[in-house]
Design a protein. Sequence first.
Length: 189
Amino acid sequence: MHTGTTPDAPAPRAARRRWRAAVRRLGARRWLAAVQLLAAVRPLPRPHRRPAPVRPSRPEQLRALVAVLDEAVAAQTPADEAVAACGEPGPVSRGTARDCGQQSIVVHRLHARLQELGTTDPDLVAAQARAVRLLAYDLWMLRASMNLAFTARPVDRTEAARLRLNGLGRPADDLRRLRDSLRAELRDT
């Protein structure tokens, strides 16, 4: 060992060339036999393994899930208003388009954050999957209401569908109930 080098440091270029030349001279089978013989005599150093990451406990996972769901439920009110504004009679304003676009961005980010939560508890994984589906519906509803309100060629059928828009509907209530049940479970722990 040279001064100033560590045993974990990569081999210098010349040493690597010597090893490659030795492998070519011996051939692959002989080389494998020699390595196995050396390993039997002197075990090869084990590569450094990082310890497995510590998974958060169930209460921590529940807290994280409830925190994202709190934000999602808070974002539903402006999203609901934006969808309802798309269904109002008469021409739809540009401000409504801007509001729908902004709420779509907010809900999309919450949807992504919800998907990235590292829940491992089976009950929480099921609740997370349900919340993801409900937020995906909110995203779809925002997109569909914008498509109906700002169509290039309005026809009677699309205008009738647009006028029936009045908000996010029952899935928004389902998400709120899911959040409330998880919050109650959090209080009990």
